[in-house]
Design a protein around this ligand. Sequence first.
Ligand code: KG4
Ligand code: ZN
Length: 353
Amino acid sequence: MAVVLAFESSCDECSVAVVENCGPGTPLLVRSVATYSQIDLHRPYGGVVPEIAARNHLDQIIPMLDQALVEAGVSVSQIDAVAVTVKPGLVGPLLVGLTSAKAWAYVHQKPLIPVHHLEGHLMSPFLSDARHSADLNTQSDFPAVVCLVSGGHTQIHAITKPLFEWAETDLETTCLGRSRDDAAGEAFDKTAKLLGFPYPGGKYLDQAAKGGNPKAVPFPRALMSSPDHPEFQFDMSFSGLKTAVATLLKTSTSVTPTDLCASIQEAILDVLIHKSLRAVKDIRARRFFVVGGVAANSRLRQRLQAEFPIPVTIPPLAYCTDNAAMIGAVGCVRWAQGRILSAQDYLTLKAGL
Ligand code: KG4
Ligand code: ZN
């Protein structure tokens, strides 16, 4: 049993949450999550501006903290520990969250739990709240494959056993493969930008592709078979796609915008689905999770339901995009493992290293 206060500020979402672990075999309960998205601030620049992000986190973190504590209805004495994202991310924004978490933990004499942002994403399927029950985390759900598809990362992981059965020495997850260059979300955003959509363009491209012919343009699907390098069989590459789209746009083409969007989207999804299916078969997974912002993609959701031989779980969108609840989920697991830091260790903790 533990109640964890969590901070997330690694990029352009400023988020604070209270998450409760009610014991082994029960879901992780989100008591509250308050998130401020900076997307509107960065849109005029076509991407995240680190300095603007850091300054806005400074403005938002206390309001988000106050909101999360009030909505959770917990007193300070009921909070057992503070979890905070320490890497990877933009250093300025990370420092705002880390310094706030340290200060709160120090003043209220609570231990601190440093969290890797991607591990947070990997825990997001196990979060429950008043409206959503994640009835997972029993042995029958494992081994599981998690495909993490965000704006900055694309990775395929294996999780072998329920969270609270992890020993301190266990590898939490095994990364089977990753994109060697652009992330899937980045591929959506960069090609969408070439087509004139606002930042971040993934959701506009998703909308614009509806009804289009996904086979209209045979865009490249890189690294689909890598028999000479079995160690890279789950790796992906998306950077060639934007070059192919840019080249096509320079030539006169009769392809309609809808068909073009559908073809770009299909090229990204074919790679994600092919590599994920290969991982599912390889580890004989019983469940497949998709996490990260690209999990919002409507065609991806449709294809996963149609093409996967095992149950597919996608967390609610609020837990797919960056949020502090997923950081609190890692905090709950760490607490159960006894992996917490006291003030003499956490006061010198650095961000981004
Ligand atoms: O996980 P996330 O919110 O932020 C990061 O941690 O990066 O993911 C944001 C990414 C962006 O690249 C965005 O374009 C993409 O998720 N995205 C989508 C859709 N909605 C968001 N990509 C494709 N289709 C969508 N519907
Ligand atoms: Zn993220």
